[in-house]
Design a protein around this ligand. Sequence first.
Ligand code: HH2
Length: 288
Amino acid sequence: MEASASSLTDGHILRCGRFVLMLDCPRIMGIVNITPDSFSDGGAFLDAQRAVDHAHRLVEEGADLLDLGAESTRPGAAPVSADEELDRLLPVLTALARLEVPISIDTSKPVVMREAMQAGAAMINDVNAFRAAGAIEALAKTAAALCVMHMRGEPRTMQAHPTYVDVVGEVDAFLRERIAALADAGVAHDRIAIDPGFGFGKNLDHNLALLRALQQFSSAGVAVLVGLSRKSMLGNITGRPAHERLPASIAAALLAVERGAQIVRVHDVAATRDALAILAAVQRADPD
Ligand code: HH2
């Protein structure tokens, strides 16, 4: 992960602060929630020390980067204030800032983005795609990576009646528009990741259409990141609650990587690592 990748083309590296994430094989983003109400592990890591311990465990298990979130974005979740978000985030981020993997912060608030960068964050993951006033300006002149996610509506109401004429085309057009907005502000393509935003203002059919067509997003020339881990679309298919969705999450991660996802955002790092190792071995296998 050293900074000597200038000869590689767009979409093959992700520059994140002092790190360069090589995307020559799938990378695992481990989720650390510091929230009382995330859909899958709400409350388990609200205590800062437990969140720090969990982050270290995910790195030991093979996480290539971590995503710290202090505001739940699950359907129906209520927003939290910037002060509350920072109170939850900063002790954990400060304790982890010297870690040997990039730390991403899952936030939509420009003030949180700025403070997080000061405290050592290498990436900002914004489910609102940097549409808040001042969000792009908060990051354009830094070295941070930016993950741009598609969301229709806002978490409180987004699952009410999501409608699209052509979900893949509309999500693709939105992400390309956001890449252009970032590029206009001076953000190079090798600092950008895009994410179709599974479950964010999408029903099961929309999510499945996006997963089937995922390969299309690679042509945008930036890194492709997906979050399918323990999501309700997997529950819709299997009938299982969030804490019993590991097998479905693994299957979804493999399908996404086969369709071009370069970074998978997951809760279960060790199991995902093993599954990706099998996929890599099969892809490498020479029939002769
Ligand atoms: N999903 C959640 C949060 N942040 N960021 C990106 N880029 N892609 C995603 O799919 C994504 C995301 C899910 O929200 P939450 O309810 O906070 O649950 P958890 O963080 O446990 O996944």
